[in-house]
Design a protein around this ligand. Sequence first.
Ligand code: ZN
Length: 345
Amino acid sequence: MILQELSDAFGVSGNEEEVRQIVLRHSKEHVDEVKIDTIGNVLATKKGTGAAGLRVMVTAHMDEVGFMVVDHDSNGLLGFRSIGIHPMVTPGSRLVVGPKKLPGVVGIEPIHMAWGASGYADIKKTDSLRVDIGADSKSSAQGKAPLGAYMTFDTKFTELSEKIVRGKAFDDRVGCAVLIDLLAGDPFPFDLLAAFTVQEEVGLRGATVAAFALEPDVAFALEGTICNDLPQEPGEDQTPVTRLGAGPAISVMDRSMIADRRLVNHLVETAKAHDIPYQIKAPGAGGTDAGAIHQSRAGIPSAVVSTPCRYIHGPAAIMNLDDFNNVIRLMREALKALTPAVLER
Ligand SMILES: [Zn+2]
């Protein structure tokens, strides 16, 4: 399963090579042109039938959240900075460390010691945390995990049931898997410009470069998004951002953009016409590559379709494969029916 391969790959922002190779291997035979741009994005073109005169960009980001080594203690422990992960969710986590993929663990105080004034609740910065790779001196630690070495969660893709899978980096390897599937299918009425982007998690940097280069008429970002459909405090009744199993999540507004309503309507109408379940992502939370793309050049009408993933930016996320397959269905049908008329005012 391509999703499994992508989820298990090691690719914190700026270090996407392993993911890039998987993407290239699985998409090469389905596209007419493919290149790696200066920043590291994979840009692939799948020629269309020419029925619709549009340049359509679809993106998914290859990078995942993780950590970087920034210091070495005299006792061989590693100081680190977080890339997109709250320090509080890291103590006790097993990590994969550096290019040699050494095993490590984020140190944690046992419960016996943690009842004092500070306790676990005090973990607000990574400064107070260390990663243990079993090195017994500063020089040994420096040799095994030099300054700038990347680290990510040591979490293997697992099927929990027929539909439910657990893994790391579903944000946004699920988008990459959807995009590969779209490339592998029949041609669309227009040239499909696929961009597998780098460095989304640190500020939509790859997408900024890709959108400028591709200069599309319209863009879709594919994401793995927040899913907080969990029990709430008694008396609380907040609409979750998305719900697991409720279908593709269509964005209206998030922190990075207001989605183009013509495209939102097109996606909703497509879902209804093909009996594909869908949900509107509760406005407000998160940001995606579309935040950069829609402001590129003279502006690019953009929309976002996401697969709900519980516990993203943590050690392991949970996803429903029905949602994943329905995102593929919705995107395929919406693209097939996309014409310049959709964008008329
Ligand atoms: Zn993401």
